[in-house]
Design a protein around this ligand. Structure first.
Ligand code: GLA
Length: 701
């Protein structure tokens, strides 16, 4: 279990480094990430390297028994580089330059940036490849974080090359992009520019390819550095830090290139529900590489600096969120950053060692968490615990984000709405690509799969045929990989298995949108749910478990073998099918012709859980408490600011927060007990007697 954080010794004098290592030992730190933003310190001029300080820091850490995750330092080119080679600077879609003076001022396609980054990494790795302190390589930092897309000439030339490699001929590109529309026919790849600012809507297939190109380009940078690391003979695992469901990088493709998945996650303490989106991110990370524990590479000990208002974490909340990551498969809990900066943009960002010193709640919680994590035994990998899968696909996200659709949809938010519905029931989910092996799941939820390739459609169909329960929701199976309709209407691939035909998408007014409502359109009903006419906002429908509020779309579907489970009540689709099921092969294919709100997703999720025989990790928990399984280990965590009484199974306590330890001797018989606010307990449910070495459990307060 790694414990530690980003360590930026270049911001401090050498005396402080000694104090740092001493305090790291006190806090139970086992690994730090160094050098992430140290390019200008390591290489003060082209061809000139200053290793002395870094040698000293690494030796000090090593002598202190602290392992090093050594960054390649390529995330922020120094001023000498951008002054000498201004052509490496990125531009936005209007052509405006992103100047240096912050961080990440480089165009990913820039040949100069690539040369300079390669020279730096080559020198760094040659020096440290075999140093015993180095246990991991941290390539760059949060690729694409601030600059999602670069539209500079660097990008233009690289995009053309990428398109040449993909299409070979310009005719093939024209066919894929549908350029007969609006006189867009190209006669040469050299005529193509990135989707820069244009008078009106830009070619959707071109935009989709530009997003693919951007993801591939950033990944190419990672690969370039990884190749250099391996060429120098370094054998340590290599990673770069992900950022949850991050728009510009198709992490399904990236994950294969990571030896270890690592993630940065900053749930907002001001949002009491943010632990659910954090849970989603953690399940996503585990799902990328289920057989290899991942690392929470960055979180905050308390407040941030980059939201409009930055609340501190509540007492115990940092440990609760850390245990959430551990329970969802992490074998490392690290922070941004070790010592709070004295200057710079992030000086108000909390750290393990606060500016206010060690007589602080943060420091006490940091040392307590270090001790608690240090006392944990090796945990099972827990790769195969979920029986429900939630489909999430970047290519589909990019296509849905194109404009000019029946209605604008926030794909990741809608996926997470389904996630939250199952999370509230404590049903464990894996997040999967639509082409993933699905055979072991009892149910698969596939929200808004607008872009569905034939390969992925065949995969979903064979899952149903083999006995699975598949839920497909509105605005799915609409276009192919070029964002173009297929012959034969909509749902051309899944329609038969679903037993329905789709005629029209029936866009509704987005809830909260400032346009004519049902009332102003002359509807006499006082209930918005019964809205009719042009301003219809909600599309209520019956479900086996009660009335559900549909939003955004009320599709016109026709039964073609399916059984109707629910019909729209009121509105322009009054009486028409809204929720259907079709037995197909050995399984069942469900269709929802609208997009339920939170409560509606909960009802549909409950129905699917019952129909497919899915079990929650623990039933009957209060809303702010979650239960998670990692192999035989079960964690019960209270993310609420109030105490909660919960039922727990019998087992041996592996860790718990101070006031929430339900036992003195480590063994727990199944019973109810009270979790303090942000209290947690981690149990091994299979072991019958305590075999650990440290009791009572280190205090988390
Ligand atoms: C990101 C970066 C860090 C730091 C933190 C602040 O995760 O990787 O360098 O800026 O944000 O929250």
């Amino acid at each position: 279990m790694y414990y530690g954080g980003d360590y930026n010794p270049e911001q401090w004098p050498e005396e402080t480094w000694h104090d740092d290592v001493a305090k790291m030992r006190e806090a139970g730190v086992t690994m730090v990430s160094i050098g992430i933003f140290a390019w200008s310190r390591i290489q003060p001029a082209e061809g000139v390297f200053d290793w002395e300080w870094l040698d000293t820091v690494i030796e000090l850490l090593h002598a202190g028994g602290i392992a090093v995750d050594l960054a390649t330092a390529t995330a922020s080119p120094p001023p000498w580089a951008t002054s000498a080679y201004p052509e490496m600077l990125p531009r936005d879609e209007d052509g405006t330059v992103f100047w240096p003076g912050s961080r990440q001022a480089y165009a990913p396609s820039s040949p100069v940036y690539r040369r300079l980054a390669s020279e730096l990494v080559t020198a760094l790795v040659e020096r440290y490849a075999e140093h015993p302190a180095i246990v991991m390589w941290h390539v760059n930092n949060e690729y694409g974080c601030h600059l999602h897309y670069d539209y500079s000439d660097n990008a233009m030339h690289a995009f053309r090359d990428w398109l040449r490699a993909k299409y070979s001929t310009i005719d093939a590109l024209n066919a894929a992009w549908g350029t007969a529309f609006w006189s867009q026919l190209y006669t040469d790849f050299e005529q193509i520019v990135p989707p820069r600012k244009a008078p009106y809507s830009r070619n959707p297939a071109g935009q989709l390819d530009f997003k693919r190109f951007t993801s591939d380009t950033l990944l190419e940078l990672y690969r370039m550095e990884k190749r250099i690391i391996r060429a120098a003979g370094a054998t340590q695992p290599v990673t770069t830090n992900f950022m949850g469901a991050f728009p510009p990088a198709d992490y399904w493709r990236w994950a294969a290139e990571m030896d270890i998945i690592s993630d940065d996650c900053y749930p907002d303490p001001n949002d009491p529900e943010s632990f659910r989106s954090a849970a989603f991110a953690r399940d996503l990370m585990r799902s990328f590489k289920p057989d290899v524990p991942w690392i929470l590479m960055e979180q905050a000990t308390s407040a941030l600096n980059w939201r409009p208002t930055n609340a501190p974490k509540a007492p115990g909340q940092m440990a609760a969120l850390s245990m959430q990551a551990v329970a969802r498969g992490a074998d490392g809990v690290l922070f941004f950053q070790w010592r709070q900066s004295r200057a710079g943009s992030e000086k108000f960002h909390s750290a393990m060692l606060p500016q206010a010193g060690t007589d602080t709640r943060t420091w006490r919680e940091v040392t307590a968490l270090g001790a608690a994590l240090g006392a944990l035994p090796q945990l099972p990998v827990g790769a195969r615990d979920a029986t429900v899968a939630l489909v999430f696909d970047w290519q589909n996200w990019w296509a849905i984000d194109n404009p000019d659709h029946p209605t604008a949809l926030d794909y990741p938010a809608l996926v997470q709405r389904w996630y939250a519905a199952f999370h509230r029931m404590n049903v464990q989910l894996d997040i999967v690509h639509p082409g993933a092996e699905l055979g072991r799941y009892k149910a698969v939820i596939a929200p808004q799969l607008y872009l569905l390739t034939s390969v992925d459609a065949a995969n979903l169909l064979s899952y149903v045929e083999g006995g699975g329960h598949l839920l497909v929701t509105a605005f799915s199976d609409v276009v192919d990989e070029n964002d173009a309709f297929r012959d034969g209407g909509y749902l051309t691939q899944l329609g038969e298995a679903l037993g329905i035909r789709l005629e029209d998408f029936g866009a509704l007014v987005a809830p909260g949108a400032a346009v004519a409502t049902a009332a102003s359109a002359g509807d006499s009903s006082s209930s918005p749910a019964a809205a009719t006419g042009p301003g219809q906002v909600f599309a209520p429908f019956s479900s086996p478990l009660g009335v559900v509020t549909g939003t955004l779309l009320a599709e016109e579907i026709h039964l073609d073998g399916a059984t109707q489970l629910g019909a729209f009540t009121g509105g322009r689709r009054d009486g028409d099918a809204a929720f259907t099921v079709n037995r197909h092969g050995d399984g069942a294919a469900y269709y929802l012709a609208t997009i339920p709100d939170d409560a509606g997703c909960a009802l549909i999720a409950e129905h699917l859980v019952a129909e497919s025989g899915v079990e929650p990790v623990l039933a009957g928990l209060p809303p702010m408490v979650e239960a998670i399984r990692r192999g035989d280990v079960v964690a019960v965590i209270n993310h609420g600011a109030a105490s909660a009484t919960v039922p727990v199974p019998s087992g041996v306590v592996l860790g718990c927060s101070e006031l929430s330890c339900p036992t003195d001797d480590g063994v727990l018989a199944a019973r109810e007990f009270t979790l303090e606010p942000f209290g947690f307990v981690l149990l091994d449910t299979e072991v019958e007697s305590f075999q650990g070495s440290a009791q009572p459990w280190p205090s988390i307060r």
